[in-house]
Ligand binder design. Sequence first.
Ligand code: PMP
Length: 468
Amino acid sequence: MHPLAKLDHRHLWHPFTQMRDWLKHEPIVIKSGQGAVLRDVKGREYLDANASIWTNLHGHNHPKINAAIRRQLTLIAHSSALGFANEPASLLAARLVKKASPPSRLQPKLNKVFFSDNGSTAMEVALKLAYEHAQRSGRSNRPRFLTIDGSYHGDTMGAASLGQIGLFQNSFAGLRFKTDKVMAPYCYRCPFNRAKPERADAREYRKCNWECTDKVEHAFAAQKNRGNPYAAMVVEPLIQGAAGMIPQPKGWLRRVSAIARNHGAQIIADEVMTGFGRTGTFFASHSEGVQPDFLCLAKGITGGYLPMAATLTTQAVFDSFLGEYAEFKTFFHGHSFTGNQLGAAAALASLDVLESSASIKARRSLEQSLRTELESLWPLQHVGDIRQVGLIAGIELVRNWRKREPFDLRERVGIRVCEAMARRGVLTRPIGNVVVLMPPYCASATQVRRMVSALREAVSEVLSNPAA
Ligand code: PMP
């Protein structure tokens, strides 16, 4: 075993990992990366098929981001935002505000930016701000939040309380505060109808009657009747990530946002995964004409280089924290690395690349390549559903596609398929039985073909799966 792998085995505890399984195999130790390729200490090369857990945008070792970080390093790596401003953080805040400007003038403008370190902290900030704002604006003295089933917003306890994935939360149930949830628009497993025929010979389906958004209306009405209207609704716009890459049907986001607004509730958009062009538009909320009151960003904000996050909000929320010092209306929250210069410099360079016409064109063409390649998976009998939004794809593996029968999680089908993909030089991670493909924007059509081929071969190997 490589000496670094030995050290890892001796001392490291990996996230979301059953360490007994981890210790059975020599881990892949990543040494370097270039574009969409990762290289390990033994010189083997792999495609980074989930963009290093959904963070990387333009590829590894990008010359422009590297140069921006180096330039910043000659000045300073970090100084505290507690008490001082700094150049890259100010510039980045202004750029983010500009990108987040509303699709319609009637909607609230996001013009204040609170920086933090990761997706969970971006959500934590939104949650605390919405909580206090609801109290100070007189909406509720016991603010309560409505969330979507299967949602994931991070692992700090506030963010985890907003999340609704039982498996991740059961052990911490006693630590979570209570939130409510409504059903997710999971069309593939819709309890009301077979909303979409996945293949030509799929069973009968019926027209969608938007029962799922009716449930949202009912939840808002019921909570109002209890005398404590919801402070805010929390959504992952367009596609829920850790729920299993579950896209929302066109119009869902617009409808539920209108319901929330009609009830006077705020909207917290978790764009930790969907932001920065992942779904096609710059921010996913904008593709449905929705302007949230809180926009939470992380992962891709620095192009996937450094831990940084931002929570954007409105003047109205900001104003509710203004007062004389002695009133103690200050937002008592912050982190040591808030507004870090290296992260902000990387983010500014990433935005430059993202806005270039070459990147916009490449993303469009990559989205099409991914769509074309994914088509080739339909004939596999254990491929139940293929879901793609922009440059995010989830392939749901099932025991029987006609009945949409899932595999028991204990069978570790997703994990085994991803292990088989790794043996073919393609790295990604499953969400239960859903295999995720999320290439960096710099991936070539050939690289995307290799990612999908590896998945096809891996499914056949693991499930001894002849074409149906
Ligand atoms: N929100 C969403 C939608 C996410 O996908 C994630 C991470 N997968 C988070 C929040 C939490 O981000 P982090 O892991 O950076 O804390």
